[in-house]
Structures are given as C-alpha cells and as structure tokens.
Design a protein around this ligand. Structure first.
Ligand SMILES: *Cc1c(COP(=O)(O)O)cnc(C)c1O
Length: 450
C-alpha cells in the first residue's frame, strides 16, 4: 500500500513518506498527516504478547514503510534503534507505569529520534545528499535528537534550547557531544525557540542550507510513537480496552497513541494530562482555543508549551483544521474528541503531591512529567470508576530531576550510567539572543552550503 501524506493546512501537494520525512514541515507550514491509517486485525494484535519490541514495531510500521524500505533493511533499522528495556511496571490492580525512559538520553523521545535518525540516514545515503537538522527543544527533544544524529556523516544538527529552562543534565546531554552537533542557548523561552525554527524553515534565503526539522512536527517522529502503545498493551492487558494516560506538552506522544487507536488498538480512553499550560483542557471544556502566551514555567519543564504544534494533527484527525498559529479554521468533531480523550490540567502542587503519594503508597519513584500523567489517571478514575487496565506513561528518568525528587521523598534516584558519564565531559555551546536576524547569521556561519 502506498500511503501519501497531506498537509494539515491543506495548501501543499501530497507527498510520500520519504519526502515528508526529509522536509519536516510542509511548504504551507502545515504538518504532514497520513492520508489513510491502516487497520491491524484483532488477531494480529493478539499475537503481540509473544513478540519483541522490534518485531511489534515492524508489524505496526511496515504498513507505512514497506514500499520504500525492503523488509530486511527495515527490520535491521528497528533492531538497531530499539536495543533497550521498556519496563511495564505494575503499581497496583491493573494499573501500570510504562517506563519509556531507558534509552540513551533517558526520555521517551529516544523512541522517535532513534528511528527517525536511522530513516533519514537510510534515505540520504540512497540519494547521496546532505541536510541540516534544525530543532528547538524544551529539554529532552534536543538531547534525544542530538544523540540520534551524533556522528552521522551526511547530517548536521543545530539544537536551540531556552537558556534558563533546561536542567543541567538536559543541557549536558546536548553540549558534550560536539562533532556535527551544534548546541545553542537562546535567551528566551521554548516557544521563542520554536517560533525561530519555524521562521528559518520559511525563509527562502536559507534554502541552500537544506534545513529539515526533527521536532515532533516531523512525521518520522510521530509514527514510531504509535508503537509503544501496542507494546504496553501486549505486555499487560488481557485484551480488554485500555485507559492510557499521556503527560502532554507538544502533543506528539498522545498523537502517536491516537494513531495506534485508529490502527485498531483497543483503547477506552486517552487521558491528555497537561501541566498548568492548560490550553487543550480548556478547549475540550469550552470548544474555544486560545494559546497561552507566554507559556507558564512548570516543574515538568518539557511540557511548558503554550501552543502545542501537534494539535493541528489532532484537529485533522477529528475533521477540523488549525493553522500553525493556533487559529481554528474549521472546528473538529469535539464530541468524538471528548469520547476518546479525557483532558486534564495538573498543577505543580498536585504534581509534587503525586510524587510523594505514589512513593509512599507503592514505592514507585516518578519524576514530574510521569507524575502529571499519573495524577491525570487518578483524576479520571475518581470521576469515572473505570476499571479497565490502565497505563500511565513515565517519559523521563527520575534522575534527570534529582533536586525535586530528593526534596519531596528524601531519596536520591539512581543515576543511569549513560547519564553519570556526562558529568565529567567538557561542555561546548554557543549563545544566541532571541532574534531571527541573529539566528539567520548564525546558521549561515555554522552550516555548510549544499
Ligand atoms: C517532550 C516530553 C513530554 C511531552 O511530550 P509531547 O509529545 O511534547 O506531548 C513529556 N515528558 C517528557 C519527559 C518529555 O521530554
């Protein structure tokens, strides 16, 4: 099957996966979406419990990739990308935490970045081309992307991060690499970094730098994020419809889940749990969307997003249209959205209380993002008495937030080796004032013309 990809803004031509992947954003500034979403059979999904993560990934993703990548090559890419543990940890009666934090940068973003990096390299090799990845990060994307692309010979990487909004460990994961990775501290917020990136993509003067994005707007990051929903389900459900809580910022993670659901994963409800940046929960309540500018600084810092770019895709999935600035051009089917998604905003105070409670009651250590997810699940269970199998995603390793965790529960989380190594490496990064002219001359200076 040859799936093509349309732009959520509806003013760009349809392209195949390879072109959508290498372009990142569509030329009309929309996001690419698959024209059709393949449906897996119930029997196929019931075979997943006996399969490894790379095997499940193959079953899910082959529908999107099989006419572009031969079976053997795709299997190799998946085996190579997913070589780490994915614990599905029981907390109590049918309630699970899915630990997506065991990759090389200890956040769930490794799932997407590692496969996307390998896919991009695969296609570029075929074409003998070179590109530059320009990405904005609120903390974890940048490091996952930098890691995933580090040392690849036909790709340069520029990562913009908000100078004051990332933790030291998050920063070190980007700044200690070097080689083809340029880490850049911007005086501004994550939303400013993201706006700068968008402006660069739209700038005809930069066309000869062959810029591509690796943000959650890239379709190559979205599709791999459908896979772990199938995996978690296969490891802990008897086949009953699941409730899945997703700590959400830019809504790429939950968008992967919504795609999994359209592909046939039995889901009763997704919980979109945001921090105090509650523009989506408010939309679900009122039907009116207004971005939060500037975004609020919460302790779940990778979710401090005042206008999630993937909402354009969520809207598209439900028949609506949202442009890149957050203007709703066509209202989605909000009752269908409410049937599938329970949206909830969790305050920092509740997030902290959740970290204390789940440790005291169950001995489980969560960091702030995972705690937002768990608190969202608790809120849902209180309101609905639903006894489906429930999954809450833990999206980062608690060791990324040691101060917070120690002050709340008095325990210093174990530091994984991939992280402790960073403390003795030298950091190297550039600084940038938050203006587009500054970014433009910086890009022209550090990137090769192609
Ligand atoms: C990026 C991130 C999120 C939010 O994921 P989105 O796809 O942006 O909704 C949650 N937790 C962590 C640790 C992250 O890095």
């Amino acid at each position: 099957m040859n799936i093509s990809y349309y732009s959520t803004n509806g003013r760009a031509e349809r392209v195949d996966f390879r072109r959508a992947l290498l372009a990142g954003q569509a030329p009309d500034k929309g996001l690419y979406m698959p024209e059709e979403i393949p449906l897996l059979s119930g029997e196929e999904i019931l075979r997943f419990p006996g399969m490894s993560y790379p095997e499940i990934a193959y079953s899910v993703l082959r529908h999107y990739l099989e006419d572009l990548i031969p079976k053997g090559d795709l299997k190799d890419l998946l085996e190579d990308a997913y070589n780490y543990d994915i614990p599905v940890e029981k907390v109590y009666d049918g309630k699970y935490v899915v630990r997506l934090d065991r990759g090389p940068t200890c956040s769930f973003k490794d799932f997407a970045a590692r496969l996307m990096g390998r896919l991009i390299q695969y296609f570029l090799r075929q074409e003998g081309r070179r590109i530059a990845i320009l990405t904005a990060t609120s903390g974890d994307t940048g490091s996952a992307v930098a890691q995933a692309f580090y040392g690849l010979d036909n790709i340069d990487v520029v990562v913009l991060f908000p100078r004051k909004e990332v933790t030291e460990r998050q920063r070190r994961q980007m700044t200690t690499l070097g080689k083809n990775v340029h880490a850049t501290a911007v005086d501004g917020k994550f939303d400013d970094c993201q706006a700068l990136v968008k402006q660069a993509f739209a700038d005809p003067d930069l066309r000869n730098l062959s810029l591509s994005s690796a943000n959650s707007i890239n379709i190559g990051r979205l599709l791999p994020q459908a896979v772990y929903y199938f995996y978690a389900f296969s490891r802990a459900s008897s086949g009953d419809e699941a409730v899945i809580s997703v700590p959400s910022g830019n809504f790429g993670d939950i968008m992967g889940g919504l795609i999994a659901m359209r592909m046939g994963l039995p889901v009763r409800k997704f919980i979109a749990a945001t921090n105090e940046n509650d523009e989506f929960p408010r939309f679900m309540e009122t039907g009116e969307y207004s971005p939060i500018r500037p975004s609020k600084n919460c302790i779940s810092n990778a979710m401090n997003v005042g206008h999630p770019s993937n909402l354009a895709r969520v809207f598209a999935l439900y028949g609506g249209e949202m442009d890149e600035t957050g203007v709703v051009r066509k209202q989605p089917d909000i009752s269908a959205m409410r049937r599938d998604i329970f949206a909830v905003s969790i305050s920092d105070e509740e997030t902290r209380q959740t970290i204390k409670d789940i440790y005291r009651d169950h001995g489980v250590i969560l960091e702030p993002h995972g705690a937002v997810g768990w608190a969202g699940l608790a809120r849902y269970l209180k309101e609905t008495d639903d006894w489906s199998p429930c999954f809450s995603l833990e999206t980062a390793d608690p060791a990324k937030f040691p101060d917070e965790i120690i002050s709340l529960i008095g325990v210093n989380p174990n530091v994984p080796e991939v992280m402790s190594k960073l403390d003795c490496l030298e950091e190297r990064y550039d600084g940038l004032e938050g203006s587009y002219t500054a970014l433009k001359s910086y890009l022209i200076r550090v990137l090769p013309r192609v």
